[in-house]
Design a protein around this ligand. Structure first.
Ligand code: 5AD
Length: 349
């Protein structure tokens, strides 16, 4: 007997799992009432586990150089129009100093895959951050590296690592990435990171070219298998200087629905209301939180470089997205019943 969407949602909320066919049904046929119910149950579960607290992370975009050529990304190697910059140790520390005063207790160093950032260089920066701010967590988001490298960075003090899997379907992965990259290696990195002890983040774009309900279902099944501590989900937004310039952007409604589904699937997951969501939809942060998100990652990069970390068109770095505006973010979260906290905001297991 096939289950109704209502029954699938109740099962997800109780058992934190569903069958492949059930996910696909939900993804292809959820109506307004289903969407609402998913959002309501996801928010309720978040409140039960993390309370009404919103964790903030200061995002420091340390390099717009990248050796990869992902077809969706504005800082891909073959984009000759991209402005390239990288921050040095001193500039990164200045960002942390500013962020600490603003109340940030997690610093995320994100960048393209840039050979400049060797293990030695990064270990030195990580150690210095941990020495100056022992009460802060350091998160890295620097793409694929070898297991030994991940181990060294962890030993130097890194606490978390974000590496979106992008899609868990092999054929789809090949359509989004150059031949030099593979889903198998991406997955290996993620399992290595978890094994080493990092709080690990996976994730994917919603509405990326060639994505289907089937590939999204693979994403959900993979997430359940990996059981990451974090999961980044945002709509695909085309960048004009990429092969996907003319592809259409992902749906924000489907993004919100997937946030809710992932919350129900992985109850304790730290789930950001992403910059891409806030770029695609006014009130994106609030909507994300109302659908089960509990993390926001404001931009803490040096102001003069923000426009150059251009992963997709019109990527916002002002308003509630800017670390400088954290007071405003606090007010907007308060208006929907949530409290932005000064806290490392670790995973609750
Ligand atoms: N639209 C939305 N998200 C994108 N990312 C890269 N390019 C785009 C785009 N065009 C996301 C990827 C990557 C993260 C840092 O940004 O999922 O993992």
């Amino acid at each position: 007997m096939t289950m109704t969407n209502y029954e699938i949602i109740q099962k997800l909320a109780k058992k934190h799992n569903a069958e492949k066919e059930e996910f696909i049904r939900l993804l292809t046929s959820a109506d307004e009432a289903d969407f609402e119910l998913l959002g309501r149950l996801a928010r309720k579960l978040t409140l039960k586990i993390y309370g009404n607290k919103i964790f903030i992370r200061g995002l420091i975009e340390i390099s717009s150089y990248c050796k990869n050529d992902c077809l969706y990304c504005g800082i891909r190697r073959s984009n000759k129009n991209a402005v390239r910059y990288r921050l040095d140790k001193e500039q990164i520390l200045q960002c942390c100093n500013k962020g600490y005063k603003l109340g940030f207790r997690t610093f995320v160093m994100q960048g393209g895959e840039d050979k400049f950032f060797t293990d030695d260089y990064l270990c030195d920066v990580i150690k210095e951050i941990k020495k100056r701010y022992p009460d802060c967590a350091v998160t890295l988001s620097l793409g694929e590296r070898g297991e030994e490298s991940f181990k060294r960075l962890y030993a130097a003090g890194a606490d978390r690592y974000l590496l979106r899997h992008e899609t868990a379907d092999n054929e789809h992965y090949k359509k989004l990435h150059p031949q030099s990259m593979s889903l198998a290696n991406r997955k290996k990195c993620l399992f290595d990171l978890k094994k080493i002890g990092y709080q690990t983040g996976a994730g994917f774009m919603v509405g990326s070219p060639y994505q289907t309900a089937q590939t999204l279902c693979e994403d959900l099944l993979f997430l359940k298998e990996l059981n990451p501590q974090m999961c980044g989900i945002g709509p695909f937004i085309p960048h004009h200087d990429t092969p996907f310039a003319d592809k259409s952007k992902g749906s924000t409604r489907l993004t919100l629905m997937l946030l809710s589904i992932v919350r129900l699937l992985l109850p304790n997951v730290l789930l950001p209301a992403t910059t891409a969501l806030a770029t695609a939809q006014a009130n994106g942060h609030k909507e994300g939180v109302l659908h089960g998100a509990n993390v926001i990652m404001p931009n803490l990069s040096p102001l003069e470089h923000r426009k150059d970390y251009s992963l997709y068109d019109n990527k916002i770095s002002t308003g509630d997205e800017a670390a400088e505006s954290v007071e405003h973010l606090k007010k907007s979260m308060k208006s929907v019943g949530y409290e932005v906290v000064t806290d490392r905001g670790d995973y609750k297991s």
